[in-house]
Every structure is written in C-alpha cells, then in structure tokens.
Write a protein that binds this ligand. Sequence first.
Ligand code: IPE
Ligand code: IPE
Ligand code: MG
Length: 254
Amino acid sequence: MQSSTLAIPEITKTPRHVAMIMDGNGRWANQRFLPRVAGHSKGLETVRTMVEECVNHGVEYLTLFAFSSENWRRPPDEVNFLMNLFFKALNKEVARLHANNIRLRVIGNLSGFTPEMQERIAIAEKLTANNTDLVLTIAANYGGRWDILQATQKAFAANPDVAIEDMNEEWLSPYLSMSYAPEPDLFIRTGGEQRVSNFLLWQLAYTEMYFTDTFWPDFDAIAFEKSLEWFQRRERRFGQTGLQILEKTIVRNA
Ligand code: IPE
Ligand code: IPE
Ligand code: MG
C-alpha cells in the first residue's frame, strides 16, 4: 500500500480507489412504509450499479462497507436478514463478477461468521483471484480499530524481536487488511450522516470525503458522476501549500 503520509501519491483525475459507506437503507424503507430490511434488499441493486459504474469510469478499486463490527448491536432479526442477504448475494453474484473480470475480496473479522459463510467467501475469492478489471472489496464485520489492532498483532507475531524504533508505518502497513490497494482517493457516504463510523480509519488519512443526503437505494449512476465531478475540483495538497501544487501543475503541463 502506497502511504500518503510517507510519499505523495500520484494524483489522477479519476479516483483509483473509491470507498463507500452504504447508508440510509432503513430510512429509505421507512419513507415508503416498508420494513427496514426492504431497504437492504433494494440497496443490493445500488451495489450492482456502482460496480458497473466503477468499471465504466476506470476506477480500479471499489470498497463497500456492508456490515460494521458495531452492527451486531442491531435487532437480531435485522442482523439475520443482513447475513442471509450477504450469503445469497455471494452465491448469486459471484459468477457475474467473475464473467466481468472483477476480483472479489472480503475484509473484516471473518471469524464472526458461520463456517458456511467463511467457506463461500474463500471460494469466491479464489475463483476471482486472477481478475483484473476491478477489485471489489466488501468490508464485513469490519472495524477500523480492529484493523489496526489485528495488523499490530500480526506484525508482532511475524517479528517478535522488533526494536521499538522500528515499529513504523512500513512495519505495520503490510498487515493492514487493505495492504493490496492504494489508499482510497474518494470516500462517499450516502444517507446524510457526516461521520466515518469506524470504517477505514488508517487508510482515510488523505482521502477526499464526499457526503450526500441521498439514501443508498436511491444513489445512482448520475449521483455517482456528481461525486466524481466534485472530486475533480478538489485540490489535493497532502500537507503542501496551494502554490506548490500550482507550480507542479505548470511544470507538468510545460
Ligand atoms: C446501511 O443502512 C446498511 C447497513 C448498516 C447494513 P442503514 O440500515 O444504516 O440505514 P439507516 O441509516 O438506518 O437509514
Ligand atoms: C455504517 O452505517 C456501517 C455500514 C454502512 C455498514 P451505520 O448506519 O451502522 O452507522 P451509524 O451507526 O449511523 O454511525
Ligand atoms: Mg445507518
């Protein structure tokens, strides 16, 4: 993983990596006098659309927050529904992902899932492992704090004699769950809340944050394009001054 705090990443017009918090399913359903879970089912359609749109726009990595480590606090019926939906989606959608040259990865504390689910995940990841058009990452039973802690534990296990001064980013980052991807360029949260809710805490250090009131089931290709246009208007400085960025642009275009 290229680190935005160690080196300034290449700035591209289209984000290489988009990370999304798919929020607002329950309120979308409430608005229609439907049970909350109807919003989750509808939300799956938006997932399909976003996968297609990312491929169309040349995004290389799409990461979706599907279930947080804190979502277990929801009523058991809703948790069960979400687990079933995820399981069914894994069975049903993977062939299509594979046919479209999309690689699927799942990050999070997978030990929280049933053995059947863990097996489905492993099969899907293996099947799609050599696909190159898009890397679709689903964050499930994921928490940003869990990620940093599990990485620390793994880094220690791999190198128990590490000197304190060697416990740096390079030591830790290979063990973070998204070490295979560049850090997200664009973060999108639907549903109106402006918070990170324990998503990719480490990886969002220099990510552009886009918040929209649109509920996830209503988020569509046009709404996504709006976020991409917004992204293009950002000046990503990574700690430098605006003048330095301008100078670089002039040199590049000369
Ligand atoms: C996001 O929608 C989906 C998950 C957390 C799985 P919500 O279910 O949080 O919907 P709201 O925020 O209650 O509307
Ligand atoms: C974040 O949404 C988690 C997912 C979308 C999976 P939540 O709806 O759980 O977040 P909070 O509770 O409003 O912060
Ligand atoms: Mg929510």
